[in-house]
Design a protein around this ligand. Structure first.
Ligand SMILES: O=P(O)(O)OC[C@H]1O[C@@H](O)[C@H](O)[C@@H](O)[C@@H]1O
Length: 303
């Protein structure tokens, strides 16, 4: 992968190196936080605020190769989520996570590092799935490693005509034992249950979300969600703007075993709480219009 993907000078706290599979990665290290982003997918693969344990979960079975999504971290889902609204789209979660993004900004302000990545339709021309969604776009993704991790994905319609898209910041979090984890903040929210055997009706969440089997739910919620992890004695809070959906996912044992890039034994150690606009909450933009979706992730101790 050429280094023309790095279009700016890096501050001393940011290092470009070869990561897994030889893919270029930016490593951030300051007294405030450490972190890591692959240019492949503009994929955040680590975040640890000072004094905390790692927040972002990565699979030890992840594949790191062109054309393959990275398993764990923060995949960017765009311009569709999963198989899309009509369920026929491929690759899963769209092509943005398979693309090589360009770093167009890098600043360190007192240990808070802000990295800005860009992707346009001309960058993805050779990727699978592009022909199914052939529109002009400019994505700007601002990742801020500070006391919080802030992820802001902006989409600008550069095509001259209106279109719609889905999107998600598919954050994977470390937990000690998902069977003891709860997700708060979704009480009363309606959801689509995508787990095998679930009906098509849209039930309302009652109380915190608990994990007793494969969990794959698209909630309608603009509220802050909090993953409470008693095993690690901490909470992970996902606050957000510009997002109508929260997705909660854990594959459990059978689906974990069926995934080639996911170790069979890993499922108890992670939970995804994703910031999204999906299904009937897809975003429609007219020519030259923009939309920004932001997730702000913070951790706090919990007795
Ligand atoms: O295996 P992928 O394509 O990275 O997707 C992982 C999961 O991502 C979740 O967001 C979806 O709701 C699940 O249905 C999906 O299985």
């Amino acid at each position: 992968m050429p280094d023309d993907l790095i279009a700016v000078d890096l501050p001393a706290s940011v290092t470009r190196t070869d990561g897994e599979g030889g893919l270029p990665v930016l490593r951030v290290s300051t007294p405030v936080a450490t972190g890591e982003v692959y240019l492949h997918g503009a994929h955040v693969s680590a975040y640890t605020p000072a004094g905390q344990d790692p927040v972002i979960w990565m699979s030890r079975a992840s594949i790191f190769a062109a054309g393959q999504p990275i398993r764990g971290g923060v995949p960017i889902c765009f311009p569709w989520f999963g198989a899309g609204r009509e369920a026929g789209m491929a690759p899963a979660h769209g092509f943005a996570r398979l693309a090589d993004w360009t770093l167009v900004g890098a600043e360190d302000a007192d240990g808070v590092v802000r990295l800005t990545f860009r992707l346009t339709d001309t960058d993805v021309a050779a990727l699978p799935g592009v022909e199914a969604w052939a529109h002009g776009f400019e994505l700007t993704y601002v990742v801020t490693f500070g006391p919080e991790l802030t992820l802001a994905l902006s989409v600008r319609n550069t095509s001259g005509e209106e279109y719609s898209f889905e999107e998600a910041l598919h954050t994977y979090f470390h937990v000690k034992d998902v069977t003891a984890v709860t997700v708060e903040g979704l009480d009363g929210a309606s959801y689509l249950d995508k787990a095998p055997g679930a009906g098509a009706d849209r039930p309302n969440q009652s109380g915190p979300v608990a994990f007793t089997g494969e969990t794959d739910r698209v909630y309608v919620s603009t509220d802050t969600a909090v993953a409470v992890d008693p095993g690690s004695a901490r909470t992970i809070t996902v606050a957000k703007e510009g997002s109508a959906n929260t997705v909660v996912w854990n594959p459990w044992a059978a689906k974990a075993a069926a995934m080639a890039d996911y170790d069979d034994a890993e499922w108890p150690t992670m939970v995804c709480v994703e910031t999204a606009n999906a299904l009937e909450h897809a975003i429609t933009l007219g020519a030259d219009q923009s939309h920004t979706m932001t997730a702000r992730i913070s951790v706090a101790p919990k007795a």
